[in-house]
Design a protein around this ligand. Structure first.
Ligand code: DHB
Ligand code: FE
Length: 297
């Protein structure tokens, strides 16, 4: 059967795509940001996931005010790289896994999550920047991707509780796919940031670290944070963090952290990154030492 072997959370700041594409990642400003992803790049080479369910939000690239799906799943064989104003990023196209995606779509819809199905779409920095952070600059991405797009751009976005429950349903969906597949789920966006208005530039390190702490272990208290708290404490774009709760919900009751990274500043955001193992006593053979990077932070 297919199984979800790990969860990865990461901010998806577009400036990091620029730094990667133009070879600026070792400049003074970017070095401490990219250093926090080196552990994960090595780990991913060993993990060799077959498919990533990549939870992200489109930033008015594929969707606009004409159509705003709350939850949408990509069921295509491939996804192009969209032009966000400076031409498409020079990164490989993204290969989909149509069989798994259609299976998940069917399972979720019968599980009463009314997904929008996408058969054609270009993907923006919300999806491609995390790929660059985790895999660097390969000729071809090393695995297939099932994009799962969430509306966090226009109110009302889904609640944290609904996102967590969707993650739980994704776990059920993946585990009922008969083929042996090593599947990871990634949650992207955040952490605290506000891009416009009088509070532009807002960062809340204490709150962000409380959120990182809450993803580890067996508490589910994060699912009950109301939208107004994200707005007040983490700025208008901090609501992107509800996407991390889809990832967390898909990992089961308990998790342990393999790697953790937090850095300010990164463009207008606090950058956060976490690698989690499901630790739910369901017989998965989960190995992986907790590196010093976790203990140190
Ligand atoms: C920035 C961060 C984002 O999450 C985003 O989608 C766009 C811009 C930023 O910090 O510049
Ligand atoms: Fe964003």
């Amino acid at each position: 059967m297919a199984r979800i072997t790990a969860g990865v959370a990461s901010s998806h700041v577009p400036l990091l795509g620029v730094a990667s594409d133009f070879g600026k990642d070792q400049d003074d400003y970017f070095r401490p940001i990219f250093a926090g992803y080196e552990w994960t790049r090595e780990w991913e080479k060993a993990e060799k996931p077959d498919v990533i369910i990549l939870v992200y939000n489109d930033h008015a690239s594929a969707f606009d005010m004409k159509v705003i799906p709350t939850f949408a799943i990509g069921c295509a064989d491939r996804y192009g790289i969209c032009d966000e104003g400076w031409g498409p990023r020079p990164v490989p196209e993204v290969e989909g896994h149509a069989d798994l995606a259609w299976h998940i779509a069917q399972s979720l819809i019968l599980d009463e999550f009314d997904m929008t199905i996408i058969n054609e779409m270009d993907v923006d920095h919300g999806l491609t920047v995390p790929l660059s952070m985790m895999f660097g600059k390969p000729e071809k991405w090393p695995c297939k991707v099932v994009p799962l797009a969430v509306n966090v751009v226009t109110y009302p976005p889904p609640s944290g509780n609904r996102c967590w429950a969707l993650g739980e349903a994704i776990k059920r969906a993946v585990e009922s796919f008969p083929e042996d597949l090593n599947v990871q789920i990634w949650g992207t966006g955040g952490m605290s940031h506000q891009l416009q208005g009088p509070r532009a530039g807002l960062i809340n390190k204490e709150w962000d670290n409380m959120f990182l702490d809450g993803l580890i272990g067996d508490t589910d208290k994060l699912r009950y944070i109301p939208h107004v708290e994200y707005l007040r404490e983490t700025g208008s774009e901090g609501i992107e963090m509800v996407m991390w709760l889809i990832m967390r919900g898909a990992l089961g009751k308990r998790t342990r952290a393999l790697h953790r990274h937090y850095h300010v500043p990164c463009s207008n955001t606090a950058i956060g990154h976490l690698v989690l193992r499901p630790d739910n006593g369901e017989g998965y053979d989960m190995t992986g030492d907790i590196p010093d990077s976790v203990a140190a932070e």
